[in-house]
Design a protein around this ligand. Structure first.
Ligand SMILES: O=C(O)CCC(=O)C(=O)O
Length: 270
């Protein structure tokens, strides 16, 4: 059940927490399916292997829902009913599923990315696309961090999602003082328990951070309107013919299938 409090927090702060979407029994199966997906992605060339360690090179790979990779327990988790219901509220209608990134990091991996706004990263600061979304009070798209193991890597500046930078923030972005080692005024660390999710407005200032010693097993799935799918830089998968095959689509949970089909239809209208 999505509460009004969660919706209010999302629009005010730019994020909220959806707790216990996946129960403990299911979680074991979902985690096993995630590991199989990583291995399949490495074997089939959907993710790069680090030749020294034999594991994933870097910290992420794109599109774990590819027909050659999609495994039922993981797809069920991505389609958790409250996640899609939340996306539906943000979009005002059945959402399109814009893209997914699997973030898989071993204990010894130092993940130290900079503070950023995804709208700057995707389209470039001050570009027409970035300016199109900068001041939208309510952007009809949401990025959802789904944690399969406890995740304390996500940091966010509440309230930074639908406004321009303050003078101080602007100076930091201009001067490149956005490195991971710098704290950001007002930022909070969002701790996500295994099986819970955090929808956030990716225009907000955020970063990830993981030093060695902990593993990370999380996913980021982006939902939005068909219009946002057309503008998105991560929806290119939907142009690939494999995703439109009936056997694949029929294997997906209904709500997720509809979201995938919406994106396929949207990108073909471009
Ligand atoms: O790793 C994280 O928690 C944040 C991910 C992130 O910054 C992004 O997807 O843009």
């Amino acid at each position: 059940m999505i509460s009004n409090r969660q919706i209010e927090q999302y629009y005010r702060d730019g994020y909220t927490v959806l707790e216990h979407l996946i129960d403990q029994d299911q979680l074991q199966e979902v985690r096993a399916s995630y590991e199989q997906t990583i291995e399949a992605a490495l074997t089939l060339g959907h993710a790069q292997r680090n030749e020294e360690t034999g594991r994933l090179k870097g910290h992420r790979f794109q599109n774990p829902h590819h027909p050659a990779l999609a495994r039922s327990p993981l797809m069920q988790a991505l389609a958790a009913s409250d996640v899609v219901k939340f996306a539906r509220k943000v979009c005002g209608s059945d959402p399109a599923m814009l893209g997914i990134a699997a973030f898989a990091m071993e204990q010894d991996f130092d993940y130290l990315p900079d503070w950023h706004r995804d709208s700057y990263a995707a389209w470039g600061k001050d570009s027409p696309e970035e300016l199109r979304v900068r001041h939208m009070k309510k952007m009809p798209a949401t990025q959802v961090l789904l944690a399969l193991e406890d995740d304390a890597s996500f940091w966010f500046v509440p309230g930074s999602h639908n406004r321009a930078n303050t003078a101080l923030e602007e100076a930091r972005f201009e001067e490149g003082r956005t490195g991971w080692q710098e704290s950001f005024e007002g930022a909070i660390q969002v701790e996500v328990a295994a099986g819970s999710a955090v929808p956030f407005d990716a225009r907000g200032i955020h970063r990830g951070l993981k030093r060695s010693g902990v593993r990370r097993r999380s996913l980021f799935v982006v939902y939005g309107t068909a219009e946002e799918a057309r503008h998105s830089t991560i929806s290119g998968w939907a142009r690939e013919a494999e995703y439109a095959e009936q056997t694949y689509l029929e294997s997906l949970p209904d709500n997720f299938r509809r979201a995938v089909e919406q994106t396929i239809a949207a990108v073909h209208e471009n």
